[in-house]
Design a protein around this ligand. Sequence first.
Ligand code: PEP
Ligand code: MG
Length: 756
Amino acid sequence: MLETLRRITQEVNVAQNLEAALNIIVQRVKQFMGVDVCSVFLLDRSDQRYVLMATDGLNPESVGRVRLANDRGLVSYVARRAEAINLGNAPDHPQFCYFPETGEEQYHAFLGVPIIHHRQVLGVLVVQSHDQHRFDDDNENFLITVAAQLAGAIAHADASGGIEGLRGATQPVKDSRPLQGLPGAPGVGLGTARVVFPSTDINAVPDRDVGNVKKEVAAFEHALQLVREDIKALSSRFIETLPSEDLALFDAYLLMLDSESFIGVTRERIVAGNWAPGALRETVLEHEKLFKDMDDPYLRERGDDIRDLGRRILERLFQASTGQKDYPDDTILVGEEITATMLAEVPPSKLKAVVSVRGSRTSHVAILARALNIPAVMGTEDLPVSRVDGLQLIADGYSGRVYITPSETIKIEFQRLADEELALSDELKELKELPAETQDGHKILLYVNTGLLSDISPAHDSGAEGVGLYRTEFPFMIRQRFPGEEEQRKIYREVLESFAPKPVILRTLDVGGDKALPYFPITEENPFLGWRGIRITLDHPEIFLVQVRAMIRASVGLNNMNILLPMISDVGELNDALGLIHQAYAEILEEGEEVVMPKVGVMIEVPSAVYQAGSLARRVDFLSIGTNDLTQYLLAVDRNNSRVAELYDSMHPAVIRAMIQVVESARVHGKPVSVCGEMAGDPAAAILLVGMGMDSLSMSVSSLPKVKWVIRNLTRERAREILSEVLLMEDVRSIRQHLNSILEESGMGGLVRAGK
Ligand code: PEP
Ligand code: MG
């Protein structure tokens, strides 16, 4: 059964469109279960009817014609109840309703299971048989498993189906339904999709219209020639050692490289307008599937050879071309998993938005997008990445929606919103020189979060009071080895100098979790609960001491450097870290440099630190709440997992209460508290943070003017009142709605939605 499921899923995943995917499902399920009919009905959202989309057994003419109102018939009944219905004799059921055009009068046994994706019923999968008997439990459970397994693939194919055929079409669809992802970075971007992908993954290669077919065919031929030579070279290397039957594999590769069915077909696909890597992907997946479906185990293995050959050709194609690197002037960067380096490769003037299938608001690439003031939508799980390259897209970073080939009306509307955003950000620039002070004269220090050197200049222009969080892992990530003391000193010096005399808070290395160093791989089952942040650096004092020494020495003569310790979950860790910092300081003094002992702070980002905030505050100079991790650990929701991202919200009542507790504990010891997680840059949350009595907030440059605007429009008294109102609310949705409507009523709605 598992094997059958695996095969169906594999076939559905590579199906060209929704129709093909559904036909595969009905045929395979009917065959495997030995039933007389298998059909799929999907919900048409425009009129809320269930449409017969594919059938093996009913009259094929009725496909697309049978449309059931959502309160009629057994299919709708299954969908309404969102559970399986298994009947020995369907006509006896009160909800039964008969559709003569399908020819279903001859069938009695009926088993229908809902197809549910992200809590939404997409449709119903039905099997029927002539005789009167209930399907047994095995059959029922199999069908439920098929429907659950395939729901994602169907949703995906549905989205691709919607745009299939648009490539090359002159008319966009009138009402393209937006895809729902997650808000990543605020703003609205309109432009042309440019799909980026890791060049080693053939599945990730998108389709792309080719400009010059002749040139593309020539590049393909050239790549083939290089691969032929590679294989001949490999073969001759093994000629002495391998028996001739094994060497035959190389000959088989060479034959494939000349075969009409493999190479000829790919060439035809290029001539039809797809670029060579896209054409190659189609052929490889098609051939791989053919082999994998074969019963003979030897032939099944040949599917892997096809993939290997495809990968070799692809590598050669990419070596020769720079195709991946040319970006349209209005690039919307799209990918399965956009990384910080993929984003950094696009010239900033060309980048209009980012859309990533994986990740969420607190993924580091979203944080980077916010720092660069680029709208981002994350977690668009149903986006058919391989089919959108070159298409027009709109990314709404507030609502997390993506519109594919939007109609003219939608485009005009979003262009208007984007213009308004620009006007709003121009207006906000005027706040630059003004303090972040409430109307009753209470000042909150606004700092910026940085970590990329390119961040420094915009951070300067923003009117920030300093750097509240400098993430030192970025300079570590872009190297091939740990940077030495002098290398690090120079990097930190640049930041400290450019902000002096304003304070800069340098955080010690916080790798692990979702931040890996290429030269220090950590493989763990559960990395966010594993070796991360201070846990790694305390286990490697040689790395920690080098970093702390570099920080202290970078501050000579400026004395504006503060140290922040990440992921502290225990007082013992803090004692050890403080011991090492004092050691580094004493060493440098002994070496004769005139340095001052920096202020040291602790990040409060795990629940144990919340409960021990008093003990921690007593030992250090300040606390800084890292709401990104604190939310993840308090709510037990992975900050990068788009499947659970709807549960991830720092305005959850539990997070708010934890933060209040931290402020109260710090007050007892007279220590200042800051927030440096993404929550600090959320204009709606800023109201609560002022109400809690935070001394400073640190955020991405692009959020700073927005938060300042909110603070200048509030009194501290009003912020406290709002916080008490929010404390009476028991769920995050009501809290957000309440704060959004307060912003809307005070004319600041443009901060939390598109437009002004
Ligand atoms: C946080 O966890 O809130 C934080 C600021 O650190 P990072 O996002 O780098 O984990
Ligand atoms: Mg953190």
